[in-house]
Design a protein around this ligand. Sequence first.
Ligand SMILES: NC(=O)c1ccc[n+]([C@@H]2O[C@H](COP(=O)([O-])OP(=O)(O)OC[C@H]3O[C@@H](n4cnc5c(N)ncnc54)[C@H](OP(=O)(O)O)[C@@H]3O)[C@@H](O)[C@H]2O)c1
Length: 331
Amino acid sequence: MSHTPSPNRYSRPDFYRRCGRSGLMLPIVSLGIWHNFGEVDDFENARAMVLRAFDLGITHLDAANTYGPPPGSAERNLGKILRGDLAGHRDELVIATKAGWTMWPGPYGDWGSRKYLIASLDQSLGRLGVDYVDIYYSHRRDPKTPLEETMGALSHAVRSGKALYAGISMYSPEDTLRASKILRDLGTPCLIHQPCYNIFDRSIEGGLLDVLGSEGIGGIAFCPLAQGLLTDRYFQGIPKGSRASKSHSFLRPAQVTDQRIAQARRLGEIAKARGQTLAQMALAWVMRQPQMTSVLIGASSAAQIEENVAVLKNMSFDDAELGAIDAAVRG
Ligand SMILES: NC(=O)c1ccc[n+]([C@@H]2O[C@H](COP(=O)([O-])OP(=O)(O)OC[C@H]3O[C@@H](n4cnc5c(N)ncnc54)[C@H](OP(=O)(O)O)[C@@H]3O)[C@@H](O)[C@H]2O)c1
């Protein structure tokens, strides 16, 4: 069946930012399907989240070959929604996928060879049920494959029409610079870099942000909420159904430490004084960097997506607030 989208979904032009020096605009909040979209999850909830996101103007959905569990099932579920409810809206959507982590057994189902990247893209297109993805990423740097080969595979994907843009994820500043040069020489400029960035993990401030700025590559931050730790999700312990409560998830209960909760509580007070939730402040904090095009959130309910999109109401910080955030993390 087909979904009738909200006629107001594009009513906020400030919800979109240009991705680096490209022609592509992305929503400042994008939705990733790493968790809560697999075969083990409730499909109707996944569907409700995608449709609510679309109604709120979230035009960018981020997948990867391995997302599930089992691997591949999140792409399959997204494909069902794209072919069903969102049929007729493909040109309003920016769909990304990636390859780099182990997807199938043997020497060709992992890392960064041309053999793996091209085969994996074909598989992803099949699961998603689309003719092309908008962004195809190398999910991680393969230290044993020449960067020229990995970037050549991304460029080939674009030239063959199976992807529109090339991206990289979790590359060091040095490799990003080299990758960007190789891609530019191949005539397929690097559109976007997907690193982890949040109030707790600021490693990209040590060089990568500068490279993104100088190369004109857009940044899209994954785990901007530290998988939920930068929200009020764990203020009363680990609730049933939360990411930390699930055995197949990537947030272990041991990561929900007293220290993290104390930091989050202090940050929550600052957010309250700004008139927003901790989640909203954490997203705005990432987006204060001019190199950042979008925050790539995850969600387990449509209500979380609604709350996060409302980040738009207060995106600016003064020096005192930024200092207070740093102090809250130091403790
Ligand atoms: N390139 C890479 O290597 C890489 C790595 C990781 C992720 N990613 C991408 O980044 C996306 C986002 O990662 P992520 O899911 O870890 O991001 P995140 O936004 O840091 O965490 C999402 C989790 O936070 C909780 N949450 C979200 N909004 C909330 C709210 N308003 N109030 C309370 N809790 C809230 C939910 O946890 P509950 O489920 O407990 O409700 C949700 O599942 C992934 O889907 C994937 O597309 C890429």
